[in-house]
Write a protein that binds this ligand. Structure first.
Ligand SMILES: [Fe+2]
Ligand SMILES: [Fe+2]
Length: 169
C-alpha cells in the first residue's frame, strides 16, 4: 500500500461540537487502523510496515487511551441509569481486556517500526486484539450510540463536549 494511502489523519476538533458523532467517527477511524494492524501482524517486515507501525503506536499509546477515558469517565456515567441490559459493564470489561493486551502489541509494533522482526507471539497478540476491538466497536455502535442519542439532553451533550475538549487541550 502506498504510504500516502495508509495515513489515517486525526479527527478535526470542530467535530467535538457533536461529541457522539465525534466518538462514532473515531470508531470508523479505528476500524481502518485495525486493518493496518492486521496487515503489520501478517507481514511485519513488509516495506510499508514501519510507517504503519509508527502510526499504530501513536494510536495505541495516546489516542486510544484518550478515547477510552472519554467513554469511561465522561460518556458512560451519563448513560448508567438508562442501561437496563448491563451493556456498559461488558464494555468496561472489554476496555480492561484491551488495556491488558496493548503492551504486547505495542512491543511488537516498536520492533516493526524499527524494521526489526517482532517476537513470535506478536502476530497472535495483534490479531486477537484486532478481532476483540472490532467486536467492541460493533457493540458500542449498536448499543451505546443509539442510547446516547435517545437520552442525552443538549445540556448533557455540551458538558460532554467540554470534557472531551479539555482532555485534548
Ligand atoms: Fe469507543
Ligand atoms: Fe470503548
Amino acid at each position: 500500500m502506498a504510504e500516502a494511502l495508509a495515513r489515517v489523519a486525526p479527527l478535526q476538533r470542530a467535530l467535538l461540537r457533536d461529541p457522539i458523532a465525534f466518538l462514532s467517527a473515531e470508531h470508523a477511524r479505528q476500524t481502518v487502523l485495525l486493518g493496518h494492524l492486521e496487515r503489520v501482524a501478517r507481514a511485519p517486515l513488509a516495506r510499508a510496515a514501519p510507517v504503519l507501525a509508527a502510526m499504530l503506536l501513536d494510536w495505541m499509546t495516546s489516542e486510544l487511551p484518550t478515547h477510552i477515558a472519554d467513554e469511561e469517565r465522561s460518556l458512560y456515567p451519563l448513560l448508567t441509569a438508562h442501561d437496563t441490559a448491563g451493556v456498559l459493564a461488558r464494555l468496561q470489561a472489554q476496555h480492561r481486556g484491551d488495556k491488558a493486551a496493548i503492551p504486547a502489541v505495542v512491543a511488537g509494533l516498536r520492533r516493526a517500526a524499527a524494521g526489526e522482526p517482532p517476537t513470535p507471539d506478536f502476530a497472535a497478540a495483534a490479531l486477537a486484539f484486532a478481532a476483540g476491538h472490532r467486536r467492541h466497536l460493533a457493540l458500542e455502535e449498536a448499543a451505546v450510540t443509539p442510547l446516547a442519542r435517545r437520552v442525552l439532553t443538549e445540556e448533557a451533550l455540551a458538558a460532554l463536549a467540554d470534557e472531551m475538549a479539555r482532555r485534548r487541550s
